[in-house]
Design a protein around this ligand. Structure first.
Ligand SMILES: [Zn+2]
Length: 422
């Protein structure tokens, strides 16, 4: 039985060179007294852009685990898959992020909608969440509207889940349902209805990724009302615990926070909600590791710094094309992007100070950072020209990768330690 522990972190390793450095951050967490399970995630979109197959993620993860003697579970995540993309992930992956965002709002067959509503009169009224002492209010109209909006998407998730189950075997993988890549956030009341429908559909999800309110842009801090996020997260946890008790979803079901890297301003709220409700979390990060590769190259100076500048120059020239697939999850101010010619005189310190996510540093530039975040296709096209320098500078890169994951992500979220960057 594949069982995801209470605390887990999704890590992305676009060029399959940093798995050991990433796992080292989990080793540091274990030394600090907390077991955090690594989940290596790579989406179909990333595989397609870079030209890789899921087996490469599995091979890198297995090697890292062997090198560090990691004796806890670890997973490879088929990230944001659907019925048309799942097949190539089946041999290599034991974690499936079933993405139903595209099906939200599509109409379910009217008889299944009526059936769901009649089967759940308990979802109308002021519903006490006994585990947390909170309440969620749903009236009859809200129930019908929510079911109408999500039921078809959950039926679609059922089809994808059963496709995976047929191939892998029941209990042999961790299923997640994600709804984060959509326009509007789901409220806790909607989440409760969604979880009920997921239980009815017979999908034993261990993680659920709603879209939270506020902006979760790639690789930069949260933009939104932190207090509102905290209230919403507490109610989401309540809905989850209620659904586990009342609808028989797996007891380890927890929130999965997508685009979770670099959301420094909400990490204290996430940590206190986890403590208050004894809740687990899956914190999903991905591209932050690729940026540490660029930072490590720049820090190395010489050829490494030149290559980092070249990657930026090409990303700058192809910005529109690189940003298009990520339009809903980045906010780049073109006026804040330095012209590539300006970078010629930059030192290592100036480059890393511009790119590294240290919000208090005067040199930090979130537009520069987001452009490079989506610019990994440039490095992919360089092929050995990029990979050879990665290998030549592996020590300095690995140090940046481990430190970024541990100090800036794991410590504040899972250990409750705030990072005071100077
Ligand atoms: Zn996502």
């Amino acid at each position: 039985m594949k069982h995801l522990n209470k605390f887990s972190i999704g890590v992305g390793d676009r060029f399959a060179h940093q798995a050991t450095a990433q796992l080292q951050a989990c080793v540091l967490a274990e030394e600090a007294g907390v077991e955090i399970i690594p989940v290596w995630n790579k989406s179909n979109r990333e595989h397609t852009i870079i030209g890789t197959e899921p087996a490469s993620v599995r091979a890198a993860a297995d090697l890292a685990v062997a090198q560090l003697g990691w004796n806890h579970p670890y997973f490879c995540d088929a990230d944001h898959i659907n019925l048309t993309t799942v097949d190539r992930f089946l041999p290599a992956c034991d974690f499936y992020t079933i993405d139903v965002a595209d099906f939200i709002g599509k109409p379910a067959d009217p008889s299944s909608l009526d059936h769901f509503i009649h089967a759940h009169p308990e979802l109308v009224g002021i519903i006490p969440m006994h585990a947390t002492g909170q309440t969620i209010h749903i009236n009859a109209e809200m129930l019908r509207n929510t079911a109408a909006k999500f039921l078809f998407a959950i039926q679609e998730a059922g089809k994808i889940y059963r496709r995976i189950e047929t191939e892998k075997g029941k209990g042999e993988f961790v299923p997640e349902i994600s709804m984060d890549e959509t326009d509007s956030a789901q409220t806790p009341a909607e989440l409760l209805v969604i979880l009920t429908a997921i239980a009815d559909e017979g999908i034993p999800i261990q993680t659920i990724a709603p879209k939270f309110s506020g902006r979760f842009n790639k690789g930069v801090d949260y933009v939104g009302d932190v207090a509102q996020f905290a209230r919403e997260m507490a109610l989401d946890i309540s809905a989850i615990q209620h659904a586990v008790t009342n609808y028989g979803l797996p007891a380890n079901l927890k929130l999965s926070i997508h685009s979770g890297s670099d959301k420094f301003s909400i990490y204290p709220a996430i940590h206190s909600a986890m403590e208050q409700f004894s809740a687990g979390v899956h914190l999903k990060t991905a591209g932050t590791t690729w940026l540490e590769e660029v930072i490590g190259l720049a820090e190395s100076g010489g050829e490494g710094l030149d290559l980092a500048k070249e990657i930026y120059a090409q990303a700058f020239d192809h910005a529109a094309e690189l940003c298009a697939p990520y339009a809903t999850v980045i906010d780049i101010d073109p006026a804040k992007l330095p012209a590539p010619s300006e970078l010629a005189a930059w030192s290592s310190t100036q480059f890393t100070g511009t790119l590294r996510h240290n919000p208090k540093a005067a040199t930090y530039n979130p537009s520069f950072r987001q452009l490079l975040h989506v610019g990994f296709k440039v490095a992919a096209k360089m092929g050995p020209g990029y990979l050879d320098l990665l290998e030549a500078n592996q020590d300095i890169i690995a140090k940046n990768v481990t430190e970024n994951l541990f100090v800036r992500h794991i410590a504040p979220v899972f250990l409750g330690q705030q990072h005071h960057a100077s």
